[in-house]
Write a protein that binds this ligand. Structure first.
Ligand code: SAH
Length: 379
């Protein structure tokens, strides 16, 4: 066991195993769940499986022993905060910034919000970093609006950490645990940062989805796009497209790409991202993926390739029905949950497709989470 917080924090469920053992454990689980649909390739490991997370969150609390404000990892099952000095999967610079901001809160006399008493001010921090660009975003989540000595506070942060390119205050009066509230104020910079993936540049806003392990994410996207074998005459449908990352990278080799995403902020970023990357053959729609693909199928729209990257719950039956009806040549399913992937593969492979390649990628070393890419083609 490498981390002394292993039991208390419970974020890294496989810490008790050495990395090669973790990979074996994951492989075995994936084989059990997925080998019914085809051979499961060897999971692609991460070369340096430490400090890979580009996103960290920590919650503030009042440390009664030390009699001062402190920050730590929010433990959702217990609903309490665990004091953690060092995390081996989070980026080191992000952790340093969190420590600085925690100290600054004390020197600026900001009080940690106390859920039970309903008193205090600072709730938690969200820090995101572009690994290629080095840009850092700091989101400070508060219970109220008025941040005292705002300008001095901001100046102190950027003086200590010049890589912080933007600071956002998010107001979450009754938000539970680590969620963001509806109101945000940009205190410094543009309100977003940028990063690069597979040669394209992407903006990251406080709330839009961005893969947390960019190193392995490039391997994941490259694997998916290699399997998709996109030609310059192909029409590609990118479902659950987030900020448009996969679709924009794919658009370089495609005839046309259409992306669909439910989160309006992500679609806004996707449109900007397409423009910034000079991709003029990609379009986005803000809608439920299931509703939208059903409409497309009804209208007789045809796509050569469908890429889908749904959240942990997997795709809905409504989505899968329309997907199989569309009769695209190739389907590339990217999944972060092998349980729902197995369930969805069961549907797709009984409705005209077979799995041609199942490639797992280790995106979340030391945790139980598993990512997979599956290529399906028409029977
Ligand atoms: N492909 C993107 C995002 C994958 S995460 C990437 O690699 O970055 C899954 C995305 O699905 C999230 O952006 C989420 O907002 C979106 N989503 C969740 N439910 C959805 C639905 N019903 N319809 C469309 N998109 C949905």
């Amino acid at each position: 066991m490498k981390c002394k917080y292993y039991k208390k924090c419970s974020g890294c469920q496989l810490q008790n195993l050495d990395y090669p053992e973790q990979l074996k454990y994951k492989q075995k689980q994936l084989n059990t769940l997925l080998s019914k649909y085809g051979r499961v390739e060897r999971i692609i490991p991460m070369e340096h499986p430490f400090n890979y997370r580009n996103k960290m969150q920590c919650a503030f609390y009042y440390d009664t022993r030390q009699k001062r404000l402190a920050s730590g990892v929010y433990q959702s099952t217990r609903g309490s905060v665990v004091s953690v000095d060092y995390c081996m999967i989070e980026d080191e610079e992000c952790q340093e910034i969190a420590r600085t901001v925690t100290k600054l809160c004390t020197s600026f006399k900001l009080k940690a919000f106390d859920e039970r008493k309903g008193s205090g001010f600072v709730r938690h921090l969200l820090i995101r970093k572009g690994f290629k660009t080095g840009e850092v975003m700091l989101v400070i989540v508060t219970a109220g609006v008025n941040l005292p000595k705002k300008t001095s506070f901001v100046n102190a942060v950027i003086k200590a950490h010049p890589s912080v390119k933007t600071i956002v205050q998010n107001v979450s009066p009754d938000g539970i645990n680590l969620t963001l509230g509806e109101r945000s104020f940009v205190l410094y910079g543009s309100g977003y940062i940028e990063d690069e993936l597979c040669g394209c540049r992407f903006r990251i806003s406080p709330e839009s989805f961005y893969q947390v392990n960019p190193t392995q994410c490039e391997i994941l996207y490259n694997t998916a796009l290699k399997l998709a074998e996109i030609k310059d005459t192909d029409r590609v449908f990118d479902a659950y497209c987030g900020t448009g990352t996969i679709g924009i990278i794919a658009s370089k080799n495609a005839g046309e790409v259409l992306g669909v995403e439910l989160n309006a902020a992500a679609v806004y970023d996707a449109v900007k991202n397409a423009k910034n990357n000079g991709a003029n053959n990609i379009y986005f729609e803000c809608a439920d993926a299931g509703d939208y693909i059903t409409e497309l199928t009804k209208a007789g729209e045809k796509f050569d390739v469908v890429i889908l990257d749904p959240p942990r719950a997997g795709a809905t039956v409504r989505f899968l029905k329309a997907l199989c009806k569309m009769k695209s040549d190739r389907i590339v399913y990217i999944s972060c949950n092998p349980q729902t992937l197995a369930r969805d593969l069961n549907f797709i492979t009984t409705h005209g497709y077979r799995a041609k390649k199942i490639q797992p990628v280790d995106m979340f070393p030391h945790t139980k989470h598993m990512e997979c890419v599956v290529l399906l083609s028409k029977n």
